[in-house]
Design a protein around this ligand. Structure first.
Ligand code: AMP
Ligand code: MG
Length: 291
């Protein structure tokens, strides 16, 4: 199944999250049937990232957005650990610092966008400024309502500058979220993830759904697509996202750069160096290196 087609939020349509089953898993029935495919996709992502780096003309920005416990951290951990750290970075957007809050809302995001050859993952993003900010009335409606158009312009500018943008909303059900909150309580290794806000934010589920529906509907485009990823099954979430990223990178027309040197000349230099090396080795006394 082509998940890019299946989960793309079509521009100009009003998204209804209620119409999308968060437990969808396609033809797969368990993690074991999906695992080999996930591993293949992750290996492809790794190879394509090396090519993106070598090519040096384009970049990739992956945006992850979701309600709490939907698996943003899991996506980073499971899908991006294969990539070379030299060309990959992840940035988590928290509540703005005093300095960030003193600037326009896109300032902090723009500083983190990928340079040519780089992959950057946004764990939360500039979209928080039309999500949590809207739900909690952190700025007046007259301010946040203008941000959809500003975000589109910002992303268009990035795309025109050679950045591919992929945006994923991890879609879970309230029941699944509660089950994951329970795991966080019961597993000491996960206790640190618990926040008081998890429960107060959960109360605002319908408000968040409305905010997400509007944000995704208004800012999804062919060049900066949103995908709604059914995420109740962690393995299906990993499968769908890894396939979309790998397929997109494969379609970016990445190529190895041309050789910058005259290969014949360098080959001659190599042979001369090898010859000199052999001679040095031949002349060296047999006990060379012994004390
Ligand atoms: P976490 O992702 O669990 O580490 O939490 C980060 C928190 O920062 C979340 O509660 C976000 O809603 C919040 N946050 C991120 N961006 C903004 C923003 N622009 N304004 C207010 N809160 C934000
Ligand atoms: Mg959290």
């Amino acid at each position: 199944m082509d998940y890019r087609k299946r989960f793309f939020v079509r521009p100009g349509t009003q998204l209804s999250l209620a119409a999308i089953d968060p437990a969808f898993a396609g033809e797969h029935t368990s993690s074991s049937s999906a695992l080999a495919e996930i591993q293949r996709n992750v290996a492809r992502m790794d190879e394509l990232q090396a090519l993106l780096y070598a090519d040096g003309n384009q970049s990739l920005l992956v945006v992850l957005q979701a309600l709490d416990a939907a698996g943003k951290d899991g996506v980073v951990r499971h899908l991006f650990t294969g990539m070379n750290p030299q060309g990959t970075s992840v940035f988590g957007f928290k509540q703005p610092s005093a300095e960030e809050a003193a600037h326009d809302f896109l300032w902090r995001a723009h500083q983190r966008t990928p340079a040519r050859g780089q992959v950057v993952v946004f764990n939360r993003s500039h979209y928080e400024d039309v999500l949590v900010v809207r739900v909690h009335d952190l700025v007046p409606k007259v301010v946040w309502s203008k941000r959809y158009a500003l975000i589109k312009d910002f992303e268009t500018m990035l795309v025109q500058n050679g950045t591919r943008i992929l945006k994923f909303f991890l879609h879970i059900s309230p029941e699944e979220q509660l089950a994951r909150f329970k795991q966080r309580l019961e597993d000491p290794a996960r206790n640190w993830k618990i926040s008081e806000a998890d429960y107060s934010e959960r109360e605002l589920w319908p408000e968040y759904v409305a905010a997400y529906e509007e944000a995704l509907s208004r800012t999804s485009s062919k060049s900066a697509p949103w995908y709604v990823i059914p995420a109740n099954h962690k393995w299906f979430r990993n499968l769908a996202i890894s396939q979309i990223i790998a397929d997109t990178m494969a379609g970016m027309g990445l190529k190895l750069p041309p050789t910058r040197v005259n290969l014949q000349e360098v080959t001659a230099k190599y042979h001369a160096a090898a010859e000199a090396q052999n001679q040095r080795a031949g002349k060296a006394p047999k006990d060379c290196g012994k004390t």
